[in-house]
Design a protein around this ligand. Structure first.
Ligand SMILES: [Zn+2]
Ligand SMILES: [Zn+2]
Length: 374
C-alpha cells in the first residue's frame, strides 16, 4: 500500500479490485470524495479523488440521465475542484475516428463516408499535434470542438469496412496534416477561414457548394438547407441576460448584426444596452447552442423579420460555415465524385498521404463527371 498523506483531505489509500464479467461497480460522489461499491456487495471504506478503470475488453459506462457509453481501454474518473467529475478515456485514433464518423455522417454513400474518415482522422491527428487542450489532462475533447464521441456502441459496419479501404490516410497541405473544419450543411455557400475566424488559411477558401452548370446546390437535400425559427422577445432577452450579463436583465436590450461576409453569414454582432459588447458571429452562435440547444439557431446565415412580440429568423444551413459540407459531400458522392475529389472540392491545395507516402489517385467512378473538379 502506498504511503498516504494526511494533509490531502480527499487523498485516501490506493485500492484495487478485479471485476468479473457481468459484474459492475457503482460510484457515488459524496462530500468526502468518490465512493465505490461492487455488485457483489464489496464496499470500499475510503473515498477517492480518482478512480481508474482498465478493461481488457469493452465495458459499459452509465451516467444518470445520459445514454450509456460503450467504452474500451482505460478510463480515468477524477473529482474536480468544482465537485464535478471528469472522464478521460484512452482510445486509439482509429476507433475514435470510426465512432465519430458513424455518429456525424448523414450519408449512406461509401465515397462520402470515405472522405469523412480521412477528414476526421486528419482532424484527430492535427488537433493532437496542435495541442488544443494543452492545459487539460487529455488530447481531444468529445464535442464538435475536436471530434464528437459518445462511445463505441454506434460504430456502423459500413464505416468499419470503408475504413479498411482508406487506411491511415490523411490530408496534407504545406507539409503538415491539415486540421479540417466541417459543417453539417452550408446552405449553398461556404465561408473562408479568413472571414469567419480572421485567420489566413489557404486550405479553407470561400466556395459555392455547387458544380457550375449542374443545377442545384450539392446540399440542397439537407433538412437544414433552409430553416425558419421564431424567437420571442423575452426568449432573446433572457439569452442575453443569462449568457452575457451575468443573469441581470436590462443590461443588454438587444443585439444587432454589424458585419456579414460575402456569403451573407453574420461575422460580427453587437450587443446594445447600458453597455456595448462586440462579439464574433461564431462566438454568438456557439453561446446560443449552450443556451437554446443546437436546434434553435442553426447557423449565422439568416435574415431577421421583426414582429410585434417576436422575430422570425429565416436561415440557411447548419454549422459554423467553414469547410466541408457533410450534406454537400453526400450530394457529390451521388454525382459520382470519389472521396479524393470530394475532399479536394472542399479543401484547396491538399493531397492525401498514407504513412508519409502520397496516395495514388483513386479510379474515377463510372459515369463520373468529377474529373478536374476544384
Ligand atoms: Zn476540443
Ligand atoms: Zn453545402
Amino acid at each position: 500500500m502506498p504511503q498516504v498523506s494526511g494533509s490531502e483531505p480527499l487523498m485516501s489509500k490506493e485500492d484495487t479490485c478485479k471485476l468479473q464479467e457481468e459484474e459492475d461497480i457503482a460510484l457515488q460522489v459524496t462530500h468526502l470524495g468518490i465512493m465505490a461499491q461492487t455488485s457483489d456487495g464489496a464496499e470500499f471504506q475510503n473515498s477517492f479523488s480518482k478512480i481508474v478503470i482498465e478493461a481488457e475488453d469493452i465495458f459499459n459506462l452509465e451516467i444518470f440521465n445520459l445514454a450509456p457509453y460503450i467504452l474500451s481501454g482505460k478510463l480515468e474518473i477524477t473529482l474536480q475542484d468544482d465537485r464535478t467529475l471528469s472522464f478521460v478515456n484512452e482510445i486509439s485514433v482509429g476507433e475514435l475516428v470510426k465512432a465519430s464518423v458513424s455518429e456525424f455522417s448523414p450519408s449512406p454513400e461509401p465515397e462520402a463516408n470515405k472522405a469523412f474518415l480521412v477528414m476526421a482522422r486528419s482532424r484527430a491527428i492535427a488537433g493532437k499535434e496542435m495541442r488544443r487542450h494543452a492545459s487539460d489532462s487529455f488530447d481531444l475533447c468529445n464535442t464538435y470542438h475536436c471530434l464528437e464521441f459518445n462511445g463505441l456502441g454506434g460504430i456502423r459496419d459500413l464505416i468499419r469496412i470503408l475504413d479498411r479501404m482508406v487506411p491511415n490516410e490523411v490530408m496534407i497541405a504545406n507539409g503538415k496534416v491539415v486540421f479540417p473544419h466541417f459543417q453539417e450543411c452550408c446552405g449553398g455557400k461556404i465561408s473562408s477561414m479568413k472571414n469567419i475566424y480572421g485567420i489566413d488559411d489557404p486550405v479553407h477558401q470561400a466556395i459555392d457548394d455547387r458544380i457550375a452548370g449542374e443545377g442545384a446546390e450539392n446540399c440542397f437535400h439537407s433538412p437544414s438547407f433552409r430553416w425558419t425559427r421564431e424567437f420571442l422577445q423575452e426568449e432573446m432577452a433572457d439569452f442575453l441576460a443569462v449568457s452575457y450579463a451575468g443573469g441581470s436583465s436590462h443590461v443588454f436590450l438587444r443585439w444587432d448584426p454589424i458585419k456579414t461576409d460575402p456569403t451573407e453569414r453574420i461575422t460580427e454582432v453587437r450587443l446594445v444596452g447600458k453597455r456595448k459588447l462586440k462579439l464574433s458571429g461564431t462566438e454568438f452562435l456557439q453561446t446560443s447552442w449552450e443556451h437554446f440547444g443546437v436546434n434553435a439557431l442553426k447557423s449565422m446565415c439568416f435574415t431577421l423579420e421583426p414582429m410585434r412580440r417576436a422575430t422570425i429568423f429565416r436561415g440557411k444551413g447548419r454549422g459554423l460555415g467553414v469547410g466541408l459540407c457533410l450534406y454537400g459531400a453526400d450530394g457529390l458522392a451521388k454525382k459520382n465524385f470519389n472521396y479524393q475529389d470530394i475532399l479536394k472540392f472542399y479543401y484547396s491545395g491538399i493531397h492525401l498521404e498514407r504513412d508519409h507516402q502520397p496516395v495514388a489517385d483513386a479510379p474515377q467512378i463510372q459515369g463520373s463527371k468529377s474529373s478536374g473538379a476544384k
